[in-house]
Design a protein around this ligand. Structure first.
Ligand SMILES: [Zn+2]
Length: 127
């Protein structure tokens, strides 16, 4: 399921959506705050341009809304159903989760966004 060549692989690892050979991000660690969203201009392996057009990644904001909801629901289910917290504590847990995972949420949304437009190309990955 997480194998190279699947969209999920590119989305979860943040690697080039075309060849899956290297990370799109200049810094691998998303918690390198300030550089979380720093993205390379092109893939050095297959020369794919990541920014298809100016402000291409604005669209990722729509995705990050959905991804944020997914994290919030997961946080709520875990705190409320497993740890039996009341609604107020669950709310705090949700907010804390969203803050802590913000860099990851932003990256995942960008990865999903770019994977909607650029598809895996096996011939590129063999070079
Ligand atoms: Zn590439």
């Amino acid at each position: 399921m997480f194998k190279k060549g699947t969209k999920l692989y590119s989305i979860l690892t943040g690697c080039c959506p075309k060849c899956h050979q290297e990370s799109m991000y200049t810094f691998k660690n998303p918690y390198n705050l300030g550089n979380t969203l720093k993205i390379n201009e092109r893939c050095s392996k297959c020369n794919t341009k990541y920014r298809l057009e100016p402000s291409f990644f604005y669209g990722a904001m729509y995705i990050s809304y959905g991804v944020g909801i997914a994290f919030a629901v997961a946080a709520f289910v875990i705190s409320n159903l497993i740890f039996k917290t009341n609604l107020n504590s669950s709310f705090i847990v949700i907010v804390a989760t969203l803050v802590v995972f913000m860099p990851i949420i932003m990256r995942i949304s960008r990865n999903i966004w770019i994977n909607l437009f650029i598809h895996y190309d096996q011939s590129q990955s063999k070079k």
